[in-house]
Design a protein. Structure first.
Lengths: 315, 172
């Protein structure tokens, strides 16, 4: 039997729900701040909300809502039962050895904000999935295809020696980037995608089949949407796969947008400082430290009253 | 106190002799595993011992079945969670396989969190977990669960409030 919740706990739960929404506005954060400062009970209740979030965040990264659903849904249970019968206990490694490389595989991979994952695919290719991303992996006897649903991936393709050549491609809603041997990065934005090549070359086909394809070489990038593509000289850094954000003369507002990808909550940059230029390498796994360092390199000050709401203003 | 205790023990002794055979059979029929049934039979009597009750038990079969049933539900849920967790480890794309120690800790926290969430309606639980564990936006959760974005907000608040109250009741 649960203890009777007090008013602060009820309010804290509602604030959490509101602030976790993509529709939360700056005014909401301000109102929440006022509520929190209003009493010790409110502060304490909010602390409990944060502790609860930490507790769930400490689960292994591959535990998803679905893991719990698997337990409750009778269908899932049945499937798991069958799997257990097929596999026996502790035969995970055996499964990997016996899986034929050309066998059709459909897998979903997602990363949470601030998360990054490195995976080795059955063909030996290495992929890195950046923060807040989702991909489907679809390998068949004819092709090695990855669908990028959101976010960013870096791919280092393996040369296939035993099975003959299967093209390796990454598809976004804007089009397909096919590897012509090699190392490349694909990032999806709202209205376009961007491919950058580090080794070898990549062919881009916009989603509209009537459009011609373009081939970009190592050191080049291309921005593409359903109908068009634009080659750009400057390539996107792949340093993110090492946990680094490397920028050169990037306006502060763009830098803040990049940093926000690795962080929950809002970072606001006042217009008067938004065009200051940032250069340097920053660790994305500790965005608090990056923000704390900004006043050392730029004439700005950081007001971070909460972890979720940070303002950068003139010093 | 001493007399009480020995009386109690004598009672449990006769209880065990009279009831352990049918209880084992009952559990075996439900679980299909003689080992699990034997374990849970012992657990049922241990639970009885630690309850330290003083008033006589009028309906011993019903009483024992109820304890055994509760233990069995926990056992099955635990087993399912373990399987679900192990299934995530069978991910062929996983590069590092966690150590037995890490696996044990992960499973325990999984069981504790599952217990905390078990009283919630499925959609409320899903909405909260999709946001917290999968990092989905409210809009995406709404589409996946086929509910309105507003309802997603209500569900998340409800789930959080439940968890906070639950944690408080555990601490109390």
């Amino acid at each position: 039997m649960s203890a009777k919740p007090n008013e602060s706990l009820i309010a804290a739960s509602r604030w959490f729900s509101l602030l976790s929404s993509e529709e939360a506005k700056p005014e909401d954060f301000a109102a929440w701040q006022r509520w929190k400062d209003n009493s010790d009970e409110n502060r304490l209740a909010w602390q409990r909300v944060e502790d609860l979030g930490m507790r769930l965040a400490s689960l292994p990264p591959n535990i998803h809502a679905e893991t719990f659903a698997q337990v409750t849904s009778p269908n899932r249970r049945h499937i798991l039962k069958q799997m257990a019968v097929l596999l026996g206990v502790g035969t995970c490694t055996l499964l990997m050895v016996e899986r034929k490389p050309w066998q059709e595989i459909l897998a979903d991979q997602t990363t949470a904000t601030g998360d990054m994952r490195a995976l080795k695919l059955p063909d030996g290719s290495q992929i890195f999935i950046n923060t807040a991303s989702a991909i489907n992996i679809d390998f068949t006897s004819k092709q090695r295809s990855i669908k990028l649903i959101k976010g960013e991936i870096l791919i280092h393709t393996a040369q296939e020696l035993t099975n003959g050549y299967r093209p390796f491609s990454v598809t976004t809603k804007h089009g397909t980037a096919t590897a012509l041997g090699t190392k490349f990065n694909v990032r999806m934005f709202d209205y376009h995608s961007k491919a950058s090549v580090y080794e070898g070359a990549v062919r881009i086909n916009p989603a509209d089949k009537n459009q011609d394809s373009i081939t970009i070489q190592a050191g080049q990038s291309a921005i593409f949407d359903e109908n068009t593509y634009t080659p750009v000289e400057q390539e996107t850094s792949s340093a993110w796969a090492k946990g680094l954000l490397v920028v050169y003369s990037m306006p502060l507002n763009e830098f803040v947008a990049e940093l926000s990808r690795y962080r929950n909550g809002l970072i606001r940059c006042e217009p008067s400082v938004s065009q200051l230029l940032v250069s340097g390498s920053f660790y994305t796994n500790d965005t608090d430290a990056v923000l704390a360092r900004l006043p050392d390199i730029l004439p700005v000050k950081i007001q971070s009253r909460t972890r979720y709401w940070v303002t950068i203003s003139p010093a | 106190m001493q007399i009480d205790q020995s009386l109690n023990n004598a009672l449990i002794n006769s209880f065990y002799i009279n009831h352990n055979v049918w209880l084992h059979k009952w559990l075996l029929k439900k679980l299909g595993s003689s080992f699990d049934a034997a374990d849970l039979t012992q657990d049922t009597f241990i639970s009885l011992l630690t309850k330290n009750r003083h008033e006589p038990i009028h309906e011993p079969r019903a009483y024992l079945t109820r304890i055994a049933h509760d233990l069995m539900v926990n056992h099955l849920r635990r087993r399912d969670l373990e399987r679900a967790y192990n299934a995530t480890l069978c991910d062929p794309y996983l590069i590092e396989y966690p150590s037995p120690e890490i696996r044990a800790i992960a499973l325990e926290s999984l069981i504790a969190i599952d217990k905390m969430l078990s009283a919630l309606p499925p959609k409320v639980r899903s909405a909260y977990l999709l946001m917290q564990l999968d990092g989905l936006k409210h809009k995406e959760i709404a589409e996946q669960l086929n509910i309105s974005v507003k309802t997603v907000g209500v569900y998340i608040a409800k789930a959080v409030l439940h968890c906070l109250s639950y944690e408080l009741s555990i601490e109390a």
